[in-house]
Design a protein around this ligand. Sequence first.
Ligand SMILES: [Fe+2]
Length: 177
Amino acid sequence: MNVIEWTSDFALGIDEIDEQHRVLVSMINALDARTHGDPGPERTRRLLAQLSDYVRDHFGLEERLMGGGGCSPDLIARHFAAHAHFRSVLRELTIDFEKGRRDVTRPLIAYLVDWFLHHIVVVDRAMTHQLDAAEPDLAGRLATVRLQHLADELPEAERRLLAERLSQEQAARRAAN
Ligand SMILES: [Fe+2]
């Protein structure tokens, strides 16, 4: 039996974020299924690495979306603090695991389930409502955020050009709304 079943109640209406949240549900269920047998250190190491990649991409996307404006300073502060807490829990469990602690998966699952039920249902939903109210068509902003993500890989000069272009597009979108 899965520890969390995805239902439409969890959907926030931003496809890319919903898809990433579904991936997190699969990871939690996979992690839980493995702890019923002995996951073994290599599998646990891979899952911790997978979670860390996930967190970088997923939190990065949400933080960039909020960085584009539309969310209250209070929500942004709360949301960034929650992401920072998640990152520190994951980092500490990974360090403990590398130091030889082997029972990291159970506390990790408990944390992830609690995270999913509180953070995604409450905090991410509040973010989505505020973003929607500020910019009903989020497709343009998502496109910008995706490009910013790609820009991280570019050399400095090209990154600057792209940043200029993106801020012009952002300004044009705001003027049109
Ligand atoms: Fe979030």
